[in-house]
Design a protein. Structure first.
Length: 228
């Protein structure tokens, strides 16, 4: 994996107040740490930082960080903080790494192909979007590609189904699901309830109504008194 160059400056202002001053100048406060290394407080240019991570490896980009008085340090982005609204970085942590030792990183899962079940009307559901991978820093994959072409409705792909390169490990205790194709939900037919006070039975329109001035047979009967 290619190492991307990133230049930083030493940060003199410390604490929350110093960090606020840096942000007001448009800079990102940060820190570099690692095994056998004392924490180095730095300030980072946001444009250069975003450019360094703009490649296909994203947050897993290998960086060659040029630090005044310390030279070039091989590092990766370990953690960051960002504003909830603007999404601008407000703090970044870098950790130095040994290229000869394996590390743990999160790698995105990419589903490849169109599932057979989707062609039949099913719905493809991606359960896992990232996998925690153990590998050498120089062998971090850009993504874990999962072919779902053969999946039919009711079928799933689990972690144990994946054929990973021998130099990549995905530690897991359970055979969890990566993706599955489920049947579409049946449409629910909703019948509107009759309005309050409305007749529960429909009016019979075919019944013959008495002509004007003509009493119904029932009313005629009511008008006759019984003679004794």
């Amino acid at each position: 994996m290619q190492r991307i160059q990133l230049s930083v400056s030493l940060r003199e202002a410390q604490g929350k107040g110093g960090a606020r001053k840096l942000r007001s100048k448009g800079l990102i406060p940060g820190v570099i740490y690692g095994k056998g290394l004392k924490n180095i407080n730095v300030e980072v240019n946001p444009k250069e930082f975003s450019k360094a991570l703009s490649g296909s490896s994203g947050m897993n980009t290998l960086l060659e960080v040029d630090v005044p008085q310390h030279g070039k340090l091989t590092a990766m982005l370990k953690d960051y903080q960002a504003d909830n609204l603007t999404r601008k970085f407000t703090h970044v942590d870098f950790v130095t790494i040994d290229l000869s030792k394996k590390i743990k990183v999160d790698v995105p899962v990419v589903l490849v192909g169109k599932a057979e079940g989707v062609k039949e009307g099913g719905i493809l559901e991606q359960v896992r979007r990232e996998l925690n991978v153990i590998c050498l820093p120089t062998g971090i994959p850009k993504s874990i590609d999962v072919d779902v072409s053969a999946l039919k409705i009711g079928q799933s792909i689990h972690i144990d189904d994946l054929k990973l390169p021998p130099d990549i490990e995905v530690p897991h205790d359970q055979n969890f699901t990566i993706a599955s194709v489920v049947a579409p939900k049946a449409e629910e037919v909703v019948t509107a309830a009759p309005a309050e006070g409305a007749p529960t039975e429909p009016e019979v329109l075919t019944a013959k109504k008495p002509a004007e001035g003509e009493a119904s047979e029932e009313k005629k009967g009511e008008g006759k008194a019984e003679k004794k």
